[in-house]
Design a protein around this ligand. Sequence first.
Ligand code: PLP
Length: 401
Amino acid sequence: TNFWSTVPQGPPDPILGVTDAFKKDKAPNKVNLGVGAYRDENGKPYVLESVLKAEDILHQKKLDKEYLPITGEAEFVKLASELAYGKNSKPIQEGRLAVAQSVSGTGALRIASGFLSAHYNGPKTVYLPDPTWGNHVPIFENVGIKVQRYRYFDKKTVGLDFIGMKEDIKLIAFALQILLHACAQNPTGIDPTQEQWKELSELLQAKKHLALFDMAYQGFASGDIIRDAYAPRYFVEQGHQIILCQSFAKNLGLYAERAGTFSMVVSSAEEKERVLSQVKRIIRPLYSSPPIHGAQLVATILGSPELYEQWLGEVKKMADRIIDMREKLYNLLVELKTPGEWGHIKSQIGMFSFTGISAEQVQALADHAHVYMTKDGRISMAGLNEHNIQYFAESLSKAVK
Ligand code: PLP
């Protein structure tokens, strides 16, 4: 019996599909600006020195491969939370931060959606920025949470539509779930300023909304992990019971290790136990318990003052190389007398830049110049380097002329 003859072909993943098209292209000068992974100055994947050292340390320890608890490796969970919230964060000191290790940032978001779907008392609707990381939509819809959008990107200024964002958050019903990118918003590379975060904190509090922070790029935005954690830390100081989804994929280059955390600020240590008992019930049928190796790597680095310092330097180096590429790309586009205003290339933050070019121009770049990016005109700045930036700038300039 064939059981599967009626299964329809699914659409290709909008981001991973770009890499497939790039791989098929045989041109030697092809450029892949689709994928959100750091590349070094020669366009190669980069393993951090601090990670290599941690690998050596772990190898020598000859640790066992026993199952982790459902909520993960205790030392990792502690150190990761301190990195996100700060050691002196009140919820940590008062024992009212409920944390579980997660299968990277995506897994954390999936625990969040599962938990909200089961236990959130307000309307089961999440508001996402428009635009946002594509995977946010099915992560919530798949558990029956309704997805709505708030305005975020202003096409005209290629900047933040802060007035529109506030209007939308003000107008919607009370007690909704508002997803916020903690820093280095994907795909736009545009973040609220610290003053704007303060206003948002007040606004969300007034409307009794739940702030759900997605922090996939701590350190990648400014090169400074404390500065990049400003928004969630400020919200916590102001008394928000935030949910935070933390990923170590980008800032430690641990993409495939799937190390992350899901955390919730709650009101008491007793409440934390109740909440965690339910978090475990979400995780157990999903994947039982998390993978160990990435968590051990992170704990080794965060737990060693020497490796921690080295890692901070490496994060800064990655962020600085991206900032340098922004500056160079901007200068080249101006030199090439490219029509339009390109200041946003320099002012945007993090791994991505939202170029503002049309879907047709994106297609033309792939067809004629072997340059690949997502349909929305987002480029991964990390894909640019000294060898390909001139070629990319010329191709982009040609495409918009
Ligand atoms: N959130 C955002 C905004 C992202 O851009 C990403 C990765 O691209 C993730 C979450 C999750 O990444 P991961 O599951 O690899 O940690």
